[in-house]
Design a protein around this ligand. Structure first.
Ligand SMILES: Cc1ncc(COP(=O)(O)O)c(C=O)c1O
Length: 437
């Protein structure tokens, strides 16, 4: 007897960032397989993976090198702990990450998600300032950008600024200070106002992804670094979304020659294969935690699956693919092509703005009544036409795998444009309550 997976889903699953009331009324799309930049559903239909399986796939699905590396690791061991033990993959990957990371970063602390990478960076910054002692102990607060997104754990939500996701939890969160995105004068105002209370500034360099691909003006990150130095504040760069080529360089920080004190990586770290995150720290921070056990300067943090060997094997193979396939070099003409393809999209009457850096693209459809679910309607239309996109409100996000073929890229942008047109056309002809499902 065949299993009805769709029914089991409706009966028992609870999906992330999903209003289940609407979900159970729709037929869930079951992805069974994938190949390169395409996802394949249980009926054998193919879709371009227009958001890289939520911004993490890099070299395409079923990449032979990464597949083989995970299989080979399975022949050795699937998991052993990093608490009190080590393993070759974790050490090798740490060495490789330090080689490609901005200068000054020398230590790698693993976890499993973007949220944990940022949570760890916040805790490290806080504890570092506490352990410096003296007046540094007053540095107990953080500065973040308005509309920032750093994950869904309570610490990462505390430095987040997306009201729709975060406001419910406000009573649980620690107090922070928000600065205007991309506005160095405002950042200076906040830092000057709270001088000596701030442990660190956390920022998504160049592009605030979840805010709707909000692009900072050139020079902002460099200014932020300089201001942090001037006010004795640590700089945490959250490259969970921007890392591993999404903005056109391996890390977004490189584009402004900025070296953060702490760097958060996840999503693309394993090529989008397995959950692995890393928080990279400089030697000054690391040394701030050294001491005899009884001094209790230890970083008391660690997860069961920290530095999982299968995930480390995938990450090493992904970094090898970057080198062997000259991924970043081959990406540049695709970024240019994407820019050309988006020009007519930006001119569409339904589109208020197209924001982009590298392959991180937000097509803003402007302000609509949330009940109309315009972004969702674009997703449904795109699916019919053979592409998976997931909007942020009414901003249609495109962020294909770096390995996408030019022809697939053309098709993806064409589908996005057609879907926007179709979704907005239905809006014009239907009343809002008939679209609210
Ligand atoms: C900049 C940034 N930080 C952190 C996260 C959280 O990552 P995860 O979903 O792996 O916890 C995200 C996720 O979109 C992100 O965009």
């Amino acid at each position: 007897m065949s299993v009805d997976h769709a029914q089991l889903d409706r009966d028992h699953l609870w999906h992330p960032f999903t209003q289940q009331q609407g979900w159970v009324e729709e037929e869930p799309l079951m992805i069974e397989r994938a190949e390169g930049a395409q996802l394949i559903d249980s009926e054998g239909r193919r879709y371009i993976d227009g958001v890289s399986s939520l911004w993490c796939n890099v070299h395409g699905h079923r990449h032979p090198g990464i597949d083989a590396a995970v299989r080979e690791q399975l022949e050795r061991v699937a998991h052993s702990t990093m608490l009190g033990l080590s393993h070759p993959g974790a050490a090798e990957l740490a060495g490789k990450l330090i080689e490609i990371a901005p200068p000054g970063l020398s230590r790698v602390f693993y976890s499993e998600a973007g949220a944990t990478a940022t949570e760890i960076a916040l805790k490290m910054a806080f504890q570092f300032q506490q352990q410096r002692g003296g007046q540094h102990r007053r540095r107990t607060s953080f500065v973040h950008m308005r509309d920032a997104y750093h994950g869904d754990t309570i610490g990462s939500v505390s430095v987040g600024g997306i009201d729709l996701f975060h406001s419910t939890y406000r009573p649980l969160l620690f107090p922070t200070h928000a600065a205007e995105p991309g506005d160095a004068a405002d950042l200076e105002r906040v830092l000057a106002c709270h001088e000596e209370e701030i442990a660190a500034l956390i920022v998504e360099p160049l592009v605030q992804g979840a805010a709707g691909m909000l692009v900072h003006p050139p020079g902002y990150l460099g200014d932020a670094r300089e201001l942090c130095d001037r006010y004795g504040v640590l700089l945490i760069c959250d490259e969970v979304a921007t890392g591993f080529g999404r903005t056109g360089t391996m890390f977004a920080c490189e584009q402004e020659d900025v070296a953060p004190d702490l760097l958060c990586l996840a999503k693309g770290l394993t090529g989008g294969y397995l959950p692995l995150a890393a928080t990279l720290a400089g030697e000054r921070i690391y040394e701030g935690f050294l001491g005899a056990p009884e001094e209790q300067r230890t970083f008391f943090h660690g997860h069961t699956y920290t530095g999982n060997p299968l995930a480390c094997a995938a990450a090493i193979a992904s970094l090898e693919a970057f080198e062997q396939e000259r991924t970043l070099e081959r990406l540049q003409p695709k970024i240019e092509l994407l820019g050309e393809l988006l020009e007519p999209v930006a001119a569409m009457p339904e589109v208020t703005e197209v924001r982009r850096r590298g392959v991180m693209t937000g097509i803003d459809l402007g302000e609509h009544d949330p009940a109309l679910r315009v972004g969702h309607r674009v997703t449904v239309e795109a699916r019919r036409r053979g592409a998976i996109v997931r909007p942020l409100g009414d901003v249609v996000v495109l962020m294909p795998p770096l390995s996408i073929a030019e022809e697939e890229l053309r098709r993806l942008v064409a589908i996005a444009a057609e879907s926007i047109e179709a979704a907005c056309e239905t809006l014009a002809t239907r009343a809002p309550d008939t679209l609210a499902a």
